[in-house]
Design a binder for this molecule. Structure first.
Ligand SMILES: Nc1nc2c(ncn2[C@@H]2O[C@H](COP(=O)(O)OP(=O)(O)OP(=O)(O)O)[C@@H](O)[C@H]2O)c(=O)[nH]1
Ligand SMILES: [Mg+2]
Length: 254
């Protein structure tokens, strides 16, 4: 039997990391959902501790998808461009509110000729991260197409979306604030949470991935609680004679 090493100390999340911009956040609560906190304290998180959530990272070629993942996972930055061919992935293990939780980060190719291979890996994603370069308005314009492609393979109602602008270090404050207006507008329209980062300096990179891990974790725990809640109700109903659809407390049989 293989025993996993403990989660790295710098991957422990004890509090909900805050959003980047209030106008485009998946939610604006200051803390984890109370039901989630209680479930974690009482160790009622079901299978979440064994789960690996799939995250796909998509966007135009050379916008900085690989660098973003490498900055977080390896704390490294390469200034030379090496196109991703097809896909690549990294595993990241976290501990959220004392519960182990893993993200599988799929780095996909932005180049048209590799897109076909990459898109076969989109299926089963819980999180979709659409990346654009804050210095290249065209890459923001293509975000909708990337989203459409990613959602073809997934259930749009259950996917958590993030829109991330990269290479913030190359942009002047004035240039940046212009593109941010457009990015915020798009993020609101597609219901994505917006972030701007620099993989060169590391600005906001860890904060961003901690936010992704936390929101994915929270959603998983809530889904698990809902599932176990409906299972209990379902079990009780099936024990009632003559298919009487009433809760156990109201069932004359007991
Ligand atoms: N200054 C700066 N350069 C960056 C940043 N992120 C990426 N780059 C550079 O942008 C180029 C492309 O980065 P990649 O991460 O390889 O781009 P990609 O999106 O993975 O590209 P594909 O794999 O072809 O889809 C490289 O030369 C990186 O060094 C950043 O935050 N700041
Ligand atoms: Mg790449």
């Amino acid at each position: 039997m293989s025993v996993l090493p403990p989660v790295r100390r710098d991957r422990i999340i004890a509090q909900l990391p805050q959003y980047f911009r209030k106008e485009a956040a998946l939610h604006t609560e200051n803390d984890f959902n109370n039901k989630v906190k209680t479930a974690c304290q009482e160790q009622r998180t079901g299978t979440v501790g064994f789960k690996i959530s799939k995250v796909i990272v998509v966007g135009d070629l050379a916008v900085g998808k690989t660098c973003l993942i490498n900055r977080f996972c390896k704390d490294a930055f390469d200034k030379n461009y090496k196109a991703t061919i097809g896909v690549d992935f990294e595993m990241e293990r976290f501990e959220v509110l004392g519960v182990p939780f893993s993200l599988q980060l799929w780095d996909t190719a932005g180049q048209e000729r590799f897109k076909c291979i990459a898109s076969t890996y989109y299926r089963g994603a819980q999180v979709v991260i659409i990346v654009f370069d804050v210095n290249d308005i065209a890459s923001l314009g293509h975000a909708r197409q990337w989203l459409e492609d990613a959602l073809k393979e997934n259930d749009p109602t259950s996917v958590q979306l993030f829109l991330v602008g990269t290479k913030k270090d190359l942009s002047s404050p004035a240039q940046y604030s212009r593109i941010e207006q457009d990015a915020l507008k798009l993020a609101q329209e597609i219901r994505a949470e917006y972030w701007a980062v620099s993989s060169l300096t590391g600005e906001n990179v860890k904060e961003f991935f901690f936010r992704v891990a936390s929101l994915a974790f929270e959603t998983n725990v809530l889904a698990e609680l809902e599932k176990s809640g409906s299972r209990q109700i379902g079990d009780v109903i099936s024990e009632c004679p003559n298919n009487l659809s009433m809760p156990k407390s109201h069932c004359a049989y007991f």
